[in-house]
Design a protein around this ligand. Structure first.
Ligand SMILES: Cc1cc2nc3c(=O)[nH]c(=O)nc-3n(C[C@H](O)[C@H](O)[C@H](O)COP(=O)(O)OP(=O)(O)OC[C@H]3O[C@@H](n4cnc5c(N)ncnc54)[C@H](O)[C@@H]3O)c2cc1C
Length: 426
């Protein structure tokens, strides 16, 4: 049984991405007891699935390592992974949060030696790589997973393979008898840092994501570049494994469009500009990128980044909303059709690979949200007095880059601290 002590002085943070980790750490470092709940088996959220992140262009480990160290050092912070909130009842300063814990089947004795995985053979789609590759049923979710503990896929339970994994473990770390648990935790305030999911590109019919192998999304492109990704970091297109040296980026794919996402995710222009760097990194002057855009949105210090990319002779910009994508059957090349609005010329341009710059939408469907809360038309959580002691942090509140998400999470932590302080003073 998981043993966690919680009172109305406790702050619960839901979602362990960069925003949730920040909110939890900032709150706990003021002396509060905090419980951080993450539904995946590891912390880090979607930032951990990026290859590099702007503006510094460093690997996600550079930001996450320090947070992981702070978490390990803090006695007042409890992290529960594979944890989801089923219900919240009560009022400001006095909530009861019902949490469902799904078993990992691996306990804290795990040293991540990997012997258990060697005993397993069955493979499943790899969620970490947006299902572009496979992983074993006994697996470490990603190289920098925190906690560094293996997971046994629920679908293996009851099989000889799970027994073989258990037998291979020298540390007694595998417990195949773990069961789903429900905990009722008290809390004075709750912060939702549940983040985002990529807009479903299958819904953007004219761009052929559902039909053409060489049309992928921006999040998938991040994984293609990563040495731990499905191609071992080689920029190969999915249809035939050919090097993708000539890449098109379609901006606002399903964004700023009332048929899809009405909002601008603010991040997609910067993400594509960053990704043109990736093409260059792989192929030098042989790597060509073309960005099809309505208008480029790179504000503040990101403008310098944009200027640099504009100065790169291997990157072209075409001001156009792409009308449709077709496929050249012989080559497998996607063909982009549209009108270049600077000069009003029609084009039918072939590329090796197309990357759809899809936007971010809230990860939680607010119809099934565990507590009544104000959301805006896009489903992001509003800051509203009627939410009482429930706050949002990071992209749960709006489409933000990491820098802004972290600032927002710090503000949310302070609001939550004020609530529990008021309860203590009452
Ligand atoms: C293609 C692309 C590239 C990007 N590149 C950059 C970049 O280079 N630089 C930059 O600054 N920003 C970049 N961003 C934006 C960046 O990814 C976000 O700012 C960041 O992920 C926000 O973190 P978050 O913690 O708010 O959300 P998330 O990263 O989504 O984390 C949310 C966490 O909450 C968990 N969760 C969700 N629901 C529940 C639930 N019900 N219960 C428990 N846990 C839950 C999730 O599993 C996840 O771990 C990029 C975005 C895209 C689309």
């Amino acid at each position: 049984m998981t043993d966690v002590v919680a009172t109305n002085q406790t702050i619960i943070v839901v979602g362990g991405g960069i925003s949730g980790m920040t909110a939890a750490l900032e709150a706990t470092e003021t002396g509060k007891q905090v419980i951080l709940l993450e539904k995946r088996p590891y912390l880090g959220g979607r930032v951990s699935q990026l290859y590099k992140y702007f503006p510094k262009m460093c690997h996600p480990t550079c930001g996450q390592e320090i947070n992981q160290r702070r978490i390990k050092m803090n006695q007042n912070l409890t992290v529960l992974t594979q944890a989801e909130v089923a219900n919240i009842s009560g009022n400001t300063g006095d909530y009861t949060v019902s949490v469902t814990l799904t078993p990992r089947y691996v306990n804290n004795h795990c040293t991540a030696c990997g012997e258990c995985a060697k005993a397993a053979t069955t493979e499943f789609d790899d969620e970490f790589n947006y299902n572009m590759g496979k992983r074993k049923g006994v697996y470490l979710p990603n190289a920098m997973a925190f906690p560094q503990h293996y997971v046994i896929d629920q679908r293996l339970i009851g099989t000889a393979e799970a027994d073989a994994a258990k037998a291979a473990c020298k540390y007694g770390a595998i417990d195949l008898d773990q069961q789903v648990e429900t905990l009722d935790l008290k809390a004075g305030a709750v912060i939702f840092a549940t983040g985002w999911k990529p807009y479903d590109a299958n819904k953007i019919q004219p761009y052929g994501y559902d039909r053409f192998a060489n049309v992928i999304t921006n999040v998938e492109f991040e994984r293609l570049m990563d040495p731990h990704g499905p191609t071992g970091g080689k920029l190969l297109r999915p249809s035939d494994g050919k090097e993708a040296k000539n890449v098109a980026f379609i901006q606002c794919a399903g964004s700023r469009d009332k048929n899809h996402l009405a909002h601008c995710s603010r991040i997609c222009c910067m993400a594509s500009l960053k990704q043109t760097n990736y093409v260059q990194e792989k192929f030098g002057d042989d790597g060509k990128s073309t960005i099809y855009y309505i208008d480029m949105r790179a504000i503040d210090r990101f403008d310098d980044f944009y200027q640099k990319v504009q100065d790169n002779p291997n990157v072209s910009f075409i001001k156009s909303k792409v009308a449709k994508v077709e496929e050249d059957k012989a080559s497998g090349n996607p063909v982009l059709h549209g009108v270049d609005t600077e000069g009003y010329k029609r084009y039918a341009n072939q590329h090796d690979l197309v990357v759809l710059a899809t936007g971010m939408e809230p990860s939680v469907d607010f119809k099934g949200f565990p507590v009544k809360i104000m959301v805006n038309d896009e489903g992001f959580i509003e800051q509203d007095d009627s939410n009482g002691g429930i706050f949002a942090a990071g992209v749960a509140s709006d489409a933000l880059d990491v820098n802004r998400a972290v600032q927002h999470a710090t503000a949310a932590a302070l609001r939550a601290v004020q609530v529990v302080n008021q309860v203590a003073g009452a």
